[in-house]
Every structure is written in C-alpha cells, then in structure tokens.
Design a protein around this ligand. Structure first.
Ligand SMILES: CC(C)(COP(=O)(O)OP(=O)(O)OC[C@H]1O[C@@H](n2cnc3c(N)ncnc32)[C@H](O)[C@@H]1OP(=O)(O)O)[C@@H](O)C(=O)NCCC(=O)NCCS
Length: 176
C-alpha cells in the first residue's frame, strides 16, 4: 500500500511523498503542540524496534505481551501508524496504533497509545485521524474498536459511537 500521500490536502498525485518513510504532521498541528521542541512525524513503516514499542506501552501502564506475539500481530495488521518526536538526528517513538481488517469491508483499531509526556496536545486525535485516513483510502467503510471506559469521550469526539443501534461488542475468553 502506498501510504505516503498528503493527509491534509487529499492530493493523491505526489509519488515522491509515497517514497518518503516519514510524513511530517501539518505545520498547523506542529506549531500548536505546546512545549514541543522538534518535529512530530508519522510513519506507516512497521519495521520498528519492538523494545521501543514495549517501553511506550510500559509508559501508560499496559501489561507486557510476549515480543514474539507482538511481532506477529504487527506483521498481520492491515494498517500500522507510528508517531515520532524528532529533535535533531534523534527520533523517539511517542505514539502507536494499528488496525486489523478483512481488506474489504471491516477494520478494527487496536493498541492506541500516546506517551504521557505528549498527551493532551491533540496528538492522539491526529494519530487516530491518520489510521482512519489510511483505512478510508483502502475503501474500508466499517471501522470499529474497543474503548476502555475512560477513553469513550476521546473516541466519540472522533466520530465513533458506542453501541450503534443497540449493537453490543461481545467477548469470549478461555475458561480459567
Ligand atoms: C487515549 C489517548 C491515546 C489520547 O491521546 P491524547 O494525545 O492525550 O489525546 P488528544 O490530546 O488528541 O485529545 C483529543 C481530545 O480527546 C480528549 N481526551 C483525551 N484523552 C481523554 C481521556 N482519557 N478521557 C476523555 N477525553 C480525553 C481530549 O480532552 C481532547 O479533547 P479536545 O479536543 O476537546 O481538547 C492517550 O491518553 C493514551 O495513550 N492513553 C493511554 C492508553 C489508552 O488508554 N489507550 C486507549 C485504549 S482504548
């Protein structure tokens, strides 16, 4: 998939953008990130350091998962978006999200995370917008996710509805 098109212009003609590994967030967003000395970049390159991802997940208190399984999950995801803080030549992973899909109708978003030092600056919203943009570009029309109770408002602001038409998410877990 050629992900490197301009999110904000909707212009599909820039082949050179598609070759670029990192896409800089629009100036308006970059400039509005308070106390952010450096640049915020997005990438859909899934070749990332999984220990760095683990550190990011640790930073929000998520329980650790086996790296081997995380690698498989990323390899089999339809869309992966990483968000980076770049200062000089140093680049740090500060956000992550991915989506699985049937590649035709449906996609489900997983593992949305922004490093606590960068939360509350509109970057989670931009990360999710990037995921939605990439899925819509692949003509996926039904995007679902499982929201922790405390982030329902965050997703509602992005247009997600809890229990649309009474539909309930249901889970099966192996008996313990
Ligand atoms: C949820 C998370 C990704 C949001 O990222 P963020 O960068 O802080 O979010 P933003 O700054 O883009 O916030 C966008 C809007 O959502 C709101 N929002 C953000 N986090 C929220 C929360 N926990 N509860 C309610 N609203 C929230 C903000 O107030 C903001 O509203 P505004 O545009 O009216 O100001 C981030 O807090 C996070 O990584 N949390 C820990 C991991 C997690 O819980 N992930 C979700 C699993 S389902």
């Amino acid at each position: 998939m050629g992900f490197w098109k301009n999110l904000f212009s909707g212009n599909d003609s820039s082949v050179s953008d598609q070759r670029s590994k990192f896409r800089s967030v629009s100036n308006s967003i970059h400039n509005s990130v308070p106390n952010c000395d450096g640049e915020i970049l997005f990438s859909s390159d899934r070749d990332l350091d999984l220990y760095e991802l683990e550190e990011l997940c640790d930073s929000v208190g998520w329980s650790r998962r086996p790296i081997r399984k995380v690698r498989i999950a990323i390899e089999h995801s339809f869309v992966v978006v990483t968000m980076w803080h770049k200062k000089g030549s140093f680049k740090r992973l500060i956000g992550f999200a991915r989506a699985t899909s049937d590649h035709a109708f449906n996609a489900t978003v997983w593992d949305v995370v922004v490093h606590p030092e960068f939360q509350g600056r509109g970057l989670g919203k931009e990360l999710m917008r990037e995921v939605i943009y990439l899925l819509r570009k692949e003509d996926i029309s039904n995007i679902s996710l499982f929201a922790d109770g405390h982030v329902v408002t965050f997703y509602q602001q992005l247009g997600f509805s809890p229990d649309p038409e009474g539909i309930k998410g249901m889970f099966w877990y192996p008996p313990s």
